[in-house]
Design a protein around this ligand. Structure first.
Ligand SMILES: [Cu+2]
Length: 289
């Protein structure tokens, strides 16, 4: 954008330094817009702060929109300037044009360095964040990074067209409700009995594919009590649109009460269930499973 000493070309306008004008407008717009984006737009991006992973996603998104704001500002300023300044002057017949940017070594170097720095920064930032907290996504059967401390294991079993939740540390009890204790590290073991589904606990920032024969592990650390939405996020057949329910994060004592009640209510059913496993192969001729 800067007009170098050799940049003048036939038809180029003499006089105003277009590069400097664009630069100043870009800096001013960026200085105003970036803090606004970081303060207001970033934190408003879903999924909110329903879990540690959800908060991390908001944090990451805030960084990303903040870093790209100056880039967008540059595009907007450059286009606005070019469209309004480099044109046929009213009443004249000479087309006003700026200095050519092609072959400008400074701009080439700046372009390569700036884009490389931005991309490499995000590669490093993203990797660090993934290893630190997980992303709330399914990490396959043997996750590379396991965030947090000891975990409550909960199995999410998808099937056409509902989710069932199994608690292996509470006698392998199954429930059609997902209830989690507050401020707890949870390992969600997501699998399917039939088609490919996707377990999406929106406010918890969790989304993991549910595939038959696969134990897809997703980590989440709950915060305070709340409700959250669970949806299937993979087109899985006729009633896919109705494959949703509502989960709850509750206090430790309420969780203990709920577990005890479920265990006693489903005692007879639990006996008939297949032994807890990370995957299941339903046998249509068998009575359960
Ligand atoms: Cu589904």
């Amino acid at each position: 954008m800067t007009s170098g000493p050799t940049a003048a070309a036939p038809g180029a306008a003499a006089g105003p330094n277009h590069g400097r004008r664009v630069l100043v407008a870009w800096v001013v717009l960026s200085v105003v817009a970036t803090p606004l984006v970081a303060a207001f737009l970033g934190p408003a991006i879903p999924p909110g702060n329903g879990s540690t992973q959800a908060s991390e996603q908001v944090f990451d998104n805030t960084w990303m929109v903040s870093v790209i704001t100056p880039v967008i500002c540059l595009l907007v300023v450059f286009f606005a300037y070019a469209l309004t300044r480099f044109r046929l002057e009213r009443g004249g017949d000479a087309v006003l044009d700026g200095p050519p940017l092609r072959s400008d070594a400074r701009i080439q170097v700046l372009w390569i360095v700036a884009t490389s720095v931005i991309v490499l920064f995000f590669a490093g930032f993203g990797t660090f964040e993934l290893l630190q907290n997980g992303a709330g996504g399914g990490q396959g059967p043997s996750p590379v990074a396991i965030p947090g401390g000891p975990k409550l294991e909960v199995q999410v079993i998808a099937q056409q067209w509902q989710f069932t939740y199994r608690y292996p540390t509470f006698g392998g009890m199954e429930s059609n409700q997902l209830v989690l204790p507050e401020n707890t590290d949870v390992a969600l073991h997501v699998t399917s009995l039939d088609a490919v589904h996707s377990f999406w606990a929106y406010e918890l920032g969790v989304k993991a594919d549910a595939s038959p024969g696969v134990d897809n592990v997703a980590f989440v650390k709950t915060k305070g009590p709340r409700t959250f939405h669970v949806r299937c996020a993979e087109l899985c057949g006729l009633w896919h649109g109705y494959m949703f329910d509502t989960g709850q994060v509750v206090t430790g004592s309420r969780f203990a009460t709920w577990i005890a009640r479920q265990q006693s209510q489903f005692r007879e059913v639990t006996k008939e269930l297949p032994k807890y496993a990370t995957t299941y192969n339903p046998d249509p001729t068998a009575r359960a499973g």
